[in-house]
Design a protein around this ligand. Sequence first.
Ligand SMILES: Cc1ncc(COP(=O)(O)O)c(C=O)c1O
Length: 935
Amino acid sequence: MSTASRAASARVDQFFTVAEARFDRWRSLLQAARVWEGVANQEPAQREKQKAATLWSFQELRQWEDFFAYPGAPLLRTLGERIASGDATGSVHLAQAISTALLTHSYRSNLDDWESEEQPSINMAERVPGASEEVQHRPYFEVLLVSPAPSAKWPGLAQELRKLRRPKDQFIYEPVFVGNFEDAVLGTILNGSLEAVVIYEGIPFPSSHYSPVLREFLTAHLAASNVSQDSGQFALALAEGLKRLRPELDIFFLSDREPEKIAGDVRGSCMRRIFYQVEEPLELHLSILDGVADRYHTPYFDNLQKYSQRPIGTFHALPVARGKSIFKSNWIRDMGQFYGLNLFLAESSATTGGLDSLLEPTGTIKAAQEKAARAFGADHVFFVTNGTSTSNKMVEQALLAPGDIMLVDRNCHKSHHYGAVIAGAFPLYVEAYPLTQYSMYGAVPLRTIKKALLDLKNEGKLDRARLLVLTNCTFDGHIYNVERVMEECLAIKPDLIFLWDEAWFGFARWSPFYRRRTAMGAAAILERKFKDPAYQQAYKDQEKKLGANPSEKTLLDTRLLANPEKVRLRVYQTNSTHKSMSCLRQGSMVLVKDPDYHTVEEQFHEAVFTHASTSPNLQIIASLDVARRQMELEGYELVNRAIQLALDVRREVNSHPLVSKYFRVLGANEMIPTEFRSSGFVDYLEPGMNWAKAVDAFREDEFALDVTRLTLVCGCAGFDGTQFKNMLSADYDIQLNKTSRNSVLLQTNINNTRSDIAQLIKVLVVISEEIDKKLVNGGSAAKEAFAGRVKSLMTDVPNLPNFTNFFKHFREDSSSVTSEGDMRSAFFAAYREKQCEHLKLFSPEIDKRLKEGPELVSANFVIPYPPGFPIMVPGQVIDAETIGFMRKLDVKEIHGYAAALGLKLLNPAFLKAVKQPSGDVGHTEKAKRKSGAAG
Ligand SMILES: Cc1ncc(COP(=O)(O)O)c(C=O)c1O
């Protein structure tokens, strides 16, 4: 994609990332310098014009470069001098060398990258890390030093730090100096290589950079991250603010007054260490390395590597351990060659040798889980080796008892429905708003959830509503306003527990913009809020204003505050680490932030025992550990890039003159109805969009769109989702995510590169050209057929059926306003053949029963892919709309339905005999047994 097109609409892009924009700035400079070099033999006026353009490009990037160690002031000075002196060729050489070093990251290990002819390597032994000794690869990072010392002193201070390097250091770092609060914020946002910040006391506030672009950038980020200037105590406020912006960074504080006082200040808790300024530079150096080593350390993975190198005789049941049965085999040696020896050396079924037990961790797994808890902002983390499908069931089994009510999005992943069956909890389905045109659901409006809670309250059942389960973000990218959902629900039920299924969203922790909309990020915000005296007062004021008996309408219309004295903020999150981080398939985590966890701890262990394999895969556990390490050390940069790439796809597809004729990536305005975007936000790439608006939207709107989840409409190109997906895979080797009737879902993640994006765009261009050609060559008949196909895909779309209700005998009170039901009894009733019947989908019998009864009651889950949610659950009454939807479905994969047999239903004779539940499933099951039902 052209640099020009990026630059033209770069504003919101840079809202998310700076690394790619930085490369582009260097490319622009290089391009300008090349043009300048190319006019060497032309008129002086022409040469002067190109020189001025090169100088402009240089000045444009110069202001940003102060925040990075490489290329650093000496090389930049040289480059500036070459341009000023009219040396076009020298400028091209140096700009080329620097941009290549930046792009390939070679400067992190290659000494030559730091040199120029004018800047020979006299001081290089000290200038560049590890230069004086032959070293093996040592990870490189940068440290931001925020110092009130005059900038002329910075090179000397940097040199002092470099002198502290020792051959045995595990890592290498270069210092970057800034002189004030605002520049420190800029540096922290811009420089993804930073791992630590050293703040000296006595820094001033305002930035020394006067660029309007940097100013706008800074203002938006200050607003986004709650980094605010604090009366006088800039250094402390900065430490606190930066920790919120990038919690993974280590903050060191150098006080020139009374360090013990700062250590005692509650705000001091965000710092790794506090030093008395003039003392012990070596201690600071070692502490910086120690902080990074702490994040780098992967207790389980490190131990597994050590274990694999030991000569161990195995007399347990795992023949592949040590690999001898494979490498000595006549027939399966290729397996060993393919996977390599280490995989087998690192296998064991033992829990000795430091390998620990996933079911009862006390050693390296425990330590790895504790590190993950720190990284994700949780109190506890459980590693799970069978995917989030299992994590969800574990949490639900642990938190719910039979008869408890679980409020849940009906469109959620099927593991939650099965979780309700296992726990015997009564699901109370809350409906997401439909996006009928694209055959998918959005997310559940807060008003719907509040209404369900208020209905439960009216019916005296609120105490049984124990858990709210929501998917954040949804498959298609709808992100909840997690903070607001929890706050308002807690206002109605102060001890409601939340399970946020963030299967797709684990990465979001490492984006300051997304973090506030994650379970753990929002929980941290609420925790602070509930302790804030201003909030406590606001709550009292609201309570007074609402009066003793506010109407339901008032409660629904009011943005409710929770009673800070009563709330129990109990938050659980599950994430498929394998879906968004560098973790092997099925690696998943359960995050717990619950002050009352001790009350459910035993149940939790039972749930782990129920679901976890007693032979967990060691490589999955190790990769969970490593994924955490990576995200703590480079997640910020990687996630920003994934977001940037997604924005690139969006812009390129939607603005490409040919591709946009047939394809479109849906914007936030098409995925989220206006009523849920109260800030007025339209889309990231909307003209006139700026950072401040995007930040506001993330803070305020009921739903936001995860830009990395790209719904690409292919119906206008005449393809249904499945057809298009198969074509991309078979003809172009492009694999993608889910499909709908007229769209496919693409996603970017930390693994994608700009080349991947270029390939995708190229393929879309080829496909669009082919469609164009067919339409031109096929005459009016082809055009008509194409228009008909597009119409059928884009407009003749079936309505999405809502959940109806459970059959009356699976409800405690069939006149109840709330629709929760005893799904487990219905589920197990289907285990007895004589209690079931099958009816063919298109049989007249179905239509007759719909009209005249007896009611059709589903015996099982029926889940078509796409759309992938259960359009029938056990015990649900099936209505005409659901049958209509099923009849129109043209998908091949429908779980729980075999066309040859027909719909599986609970038969009327059985249903007559079922006794209603009493809210105590034990009772229900007893009653059924009496009546000869399943059991
Ligand atoms: C929202 C949601 N939750 C949970 C899961 C299950 O995750 P896993 O594949 O890790 O078992 C999925 C899988 O697609 C999902 O979309």
